[in-house]
Every structure is written in structure tokens, then in C-alpha cells.
Design a protein around this ligand. Structure first.
Ligand code: ZN
Ligand code: ZN
Length: 257
């Protein structure tokens, strides 16, 4: 069995805990887009300490994902996985032997938990998103996606839970005070997913075993949780309140699959 919990999601910072529940629980932290003090505080709210984290996976170099990865890793001696490009894009900092290279399609076997990173179109150097499994339950984590490629869709098949970017409402983005270049960037092929695009992905991978959908990385300016819940509920034929929205400050509750 797996359980997972967003510790916070949005352009102010992203971090998601995934735990394989066994005799000896195994925990990975996906992204560290917060200051170290904040991250430790939110781990505490989840009933954990930094020492309880067995591995860190960083999806890409943007500050809302990379955050305190290096200081967390060095201070608590936690191994970190990221792509070569992500590491290079931040100036190839030294991780004192704790850094491991993640590659598209190459399974990272952490014992009780296996991660499968996959390449995504996003305006970073070598961004990866991932699925996590303990051998039976499968969780897909997908934020910061410009558009859904066949490669992405292949990896999201048969997930029992999805944490999926629902970044913006197309109309709200068009009407927003964002400068034109930023509107083009956010809404472009290498930017962020609109609610309707996230709903299309959900419809395509929907199956009876899909138990939870967590909407993540909502834009504070160009989206509303209620809009996301309506669009995603329609895609899944469920009630809007069944769609969980990860908040910037306290993320989501624990969800088990
Ligand atoms: Zn982001
Ligand atoms: Zn990004």
C-alpha cells in the first residue's frame, strides 16, 4: 500500500511526500520547493522529521521545485535524484556524494518503492515527472507540463491515484493582468496545463481503479479551486467535492491507495 500527501503546491512551492507502507515504511519527498525551515515545519505537521525521509526526487530546476534540496540533503544526509540537465542548470553544485542521476524510463529501485521518471515538455533543461509504485499501488505525479505527449500518457496508464497540475483557467489567464509574454509562456506548449487540458488527460487515463485525483499547482491569479473541481468532476463523473485541491500553504490530507 502507498499513501501520499502534498505538503504544499503552487508557484510559491511544491513538495509531495510518498510513503510505502510496509513493515519498514519507506518515504520519498518529491520536490523541495520551500525554504528549509518551512519544509521542516510542514513535515512536522505531517507527523514526520527530516530524518524520516529516505530519498528526495527533484523534477526540475525551477525554484518552486528545487528550493532547499541541497541544504536538506547535506544537513540530513538524504540521497537525491535528479536529471543531469536539472543538476547542470543549477550550476552543478556539490552534493557530497549524495547525488544520483535520474533518466527517462530508468526505474529507480529504492527497495520498498520504485520510481519511474519520464521526460515531459516544460521550459526547463531536462525536466522529469514520475510514477511511484510499491509493486501493487501506482501513483502518478505530474506538475509543470506544457502539453500531454504520447510518452506522458503511456506512463500515466493504470495509475490508482494522480496528483495532476491544473494550473489555470484559459479565460482567466487571457483576462489577467499578466504581460503578453507571460501569458504566452504559461499557456504555451512548454508552460503549464490549463484545467481543460488536465481534464482531457484525466479522461484518457480514467479506469475503475483510479481512486484519487489531487489537483495541484493551481495559479493563485488565474484559477479558482471551485472551477477546477467542476471541470475535473465532469471528467471523472464524480461529485466536485471528491476532487481534492492541494493548497499552497498546507497541501492536502494523506491519501491511501
Ligand atoms: Zn512549478
Ligand atoms: Zn516549472
Amino acid at each position: 500500500m502507498l499513501r501520499f500527501k502534498s505538503l504544499g503546491s503552487g508557484s510559491s512551492g511544491n513538495a509531495t511526500l510518498v510513503e510505502a507502507l510496509g513493515l519498514q515504511p519507506f518515504r520519498v519527498l518529491i520536490d523541495c520547493g520551500l525554504g528549509l525551515k518551512h519544509l521542516v515545519y510542514r513535515l512536522g505537521q505531517a507527523g514526520l522529521q527530516p530524518e524520516d525521509i529516505d530519498a528526495v526526487f527533484i523534477t526540475h530546476e525551477h525554484g518552486d521545485h528545487m528550493g532547499c534540496a541541497r541544504s536538506l540533503s547535506l544537513r540530513y544526509r538524504i540521497p537525491v535524484w535528479m536529471s543531469h540537465g536539472t543538476h547542470a542548470a543549477t550550476g552543478s553544485p556539490d552534493f557530497d556524494g549524495l547525488l544520483h542521476t535520474a533518466r527517462d524510463g530508468e526505474i529507480i529501485d529504492l527497495g520498498g518503492l520504485q520510481l519511474t521518471p519520464f521526460t515531459v515538455p516544460h521550459d526547463a533543461r531536462e525536466p522529469l515527472q514520475l510514477t511511484c509504485t510499491d509493486g501493487s499501488a501506482k501513483l502518478g505525479v505530474l506538475t509543470d507540463l506544457g502539453h500531454a505527449t504520447a510518452h506522458v500518457m503511456e506512463h500515466l496508464k493504470a495509475c490508482h491515484a494522480l496528483l495532476l497540475e491544473c494550473n489555470h483557467d484559459i479565460e482567466m489567464l487571457a483576462q489577467s493582468a499578466y504581460p503578453a509574454f507571460l501569458k504566452r509562456r504559461v499557456g504555451g506548449q512548454y508552460g503549464h496545463l490549463a484545467n481543460t487540458a488536465a481534464a482531457d488527460i484525466t479522461r484518457a487515463v480514467r479506469h475503475p481503479g483510479l481512486k484519487h485525483l489531487v489537483a495541484a499547482h493551481l495559479s493563485a491569479q488565474n484559477n479558482r479551486p471551485a472551477l477546477v473541481q467542476d471541470v475535473m468532476a465532469e471528467a471523472l463523473s464524480c461529485a466536485p467535492e471528491d476532487i481534492i485541491v492541494a493548497k499552497p500553504d498546507d497541501g492536502s490530507c494523506w491519501l491511501q491507495i
